[in-house]
Design a protein around this ligand. Sequence first.
Ligand code: ADP
Ligand code: MG
Length: 352
Amino acid sequence: MYKENLVPLDEHQIFLQGPIVVLKWKNAKNWPVEYVSSNIEENLGYKREDFLLSRIKYADIIFGDDLLRVSNEVSNSSLSERNMFEQEYRIIKSNGEIIWVYDYTTIVRDEDGSITHFYVYILDITKHKRNEEVFRRTEKLNTVGELAAGIAHEIRNPLTSLKGFLHLIKNGELKEEYTDIMESELDRIEFILNEFLVLSKPHLTKYNKKDVHVLFKQILPLFKTQAAYKNIQLVTEFDSEELLINCNGNQLKQVFINFIKNAMEAMSSGGVIKIECKKEHNELCIRFIDEGSGISEENLKRLGEPFFTTKENGTGLGLMVSFKIIQEHGGTIQIKSQLGRGSTFEIKLPFG
Ligand code: ADP
Ligand code: MG
């Protein structure tokens, strides 16, 4: 008789408390209240007679924003063949206080199915709602806390090294290699912060129509030297027609670079990386197919977690940022992988 998903916490406590009011409506002109329990006075501050004599209607004490939803539920349930329904909404006490209630309504019908009465049991779930809210907020704080701890950790390493070199320089030791290392440590900090900026400013992103061929033409040359050095062939298989997509070109390029880099890093003994770009079922489908190490089942689940990396010098931010960018473009990413064989990262983006 009672759905678990409506009030998942301390449900027993709520039922033990008992209803704060019980009402019965009769199917007659204007739906008069036939019964109202006396505890309404103590719990809500209204007089029973006001309801019995229709001086106050129950709809009058339902919180304005919830009223339409509540009355829709009542009419839908009445029209269906249901004999009960339940809902949560707010009501206003006579002193102006707003409380959350759980409403369990039984519909009594005669033999031909027409409604004779409504019985309504009202439970106060305000405290429970507040718990739920606190719970949700704590969850969010935990995620933010975890992220902050991760960022701090990632930035502390290069900072420690920078401090060490500064110390050496202060003591009169200035070697060119120090400044080179310092520069690369600063680059790393800048890189990590930039990755996070992408996440924090989605609303500032500008979208234009871009041909995906052009985007790839701009980035593929970047990999030429390294690919030759690692004995990797980058093969492209693109639809010949223009593939125009509404996007932020720089962000999409960042995603492509992340995927190609990861593929190359997974192929220590060379091989082929194939990039397919096709229109399929009115979607743009981009696949990065590598012959690298593959990803274990266990690690597959963790892809996209901030700072999850299996590389000594990895940041574990590339996939997180890529997922976020594709999501903001209304697209999806699918990953298939076989250990020892290779992986396929597939991006699907809507046209238009
Ligand atoms: P990073 O490259 O800094 O480690 P990413 O977020 O780009 O961070 O990738 C996270 C992890 O996902 C990598 O460390 C690697 O274990 C795994 N991974 C990503 N792409 C591939 C791939 N093409 N082949 C094998 N493993 C991959
Ligand atoms: Mg990476």
